[in-house]
Structures are given as C-alpha cells and as structure tokens.
Design a protein around this ligand. Sequence first.
Ligand code: HEM
Length: 127
Amino acid sequence: RKPLIPFEEIGAEKLSDLIDSFYAKVGVHPDLIPIFPDDLTETARKQKQFQTQYLGGPNLFSQEHGHPMMKARHMPFVITPTRAEAWLSCMKEAMDEVGLEGKIREIYYNRLVLTAHHMVNRNEEGH
Ligand code: HEM
C-alpha cells in the first residue's frame, strides 16, 4: 500500500474533532485550567492549523503566524512535567473519544510525547 502523509490518513474532519475533544478536556483539567484562557475557541483554531502542518499537511499555522518556534511560544507559560503529562492525558482521552486507533495513533501519540516533553520549561516548583 502506498504510504500516506499522516494528515491525509487521519483526514481534516477527524483532526478537527480530535482538537475540539482535546480542548474540552483541557478546559476542565485542574492542572491545566490555571494557564489556559477561559475561551479556548481561538486556541483550538490555532492548534488545528498547527497540527495540520505537524502531520505533513498544508502549512496553515506558518502562513498566518510565521515560524512555529513552539518552545519559545510556550515560554510565557509555566509548563512543568506534571502539566506535560496532563496535556498528554487529555490528548489520549481525545484520541479514544474520536476513535483514532492503530499504527497511525501510535506514531502520532509517540511524537506528541516527545514534543510535550520538549515544551517543559520549569520544574515542579516553577523554577
Ligand atoms: C498554545 C500550554 C504542549 C502546540 C498554548 C498555550 C498554552 C499551552 C497555555 C496558550 C493558549 C492561548 O493563550 O491561546 C501547553 C502545555 C503543554 C503544551 C501545558 C504541555 C506540554 C503543546 C504541544 C504542542 C502545542 C505538544 C504541539 C504539538 C501549541 C500551539 C499553540 C499552543 C500550536 C498556539 C500558539 C499560538 O498562540 O501561536 N499551549 N502546551 N502545545 N500550544 Fe501548547
């Protein structure tokens, strides 16, 4: 079988559902509430753009916002190892909810684990 770009394999609609499901969980997660805005509409819109390009689809995020520089964009927020695990747990539950399964889920999730750990910018004490 011809190998596909992850974005093509998942599809724009399922990716959009995944991100909506993810932010519904982020919005009620006690470890994440303190650093996220109350209204996650714009956050979700940007994350859909970013995940599209992260998965090999069109560069929607860069077209509107410039170079991703994700670690730098996260520096204003205190991201501890606990918050990285919380972020990943919301993503895992969202993947369950939208029925993202199999090899593609494994590849995508494992990549998010690496990226999430890379975003950690403080220890548990906030230093
Ligand atoms: C924005 C937290 C990991 C992609 C944000 C914002 C917060 C945040 C607080 C700002 C939301 C807003 O003001 O709208 C976290 C935490 C993470 C994490 C706690 C745990 C490790 C990730 C990962 C990715 C990612 C792994 C990508 C794979 C983004 C994007 C934005 C964003 C694309 C929007 C950037 C922008 O406003 O230009 N994140 N994040 N984040 N995050 Fe994360």
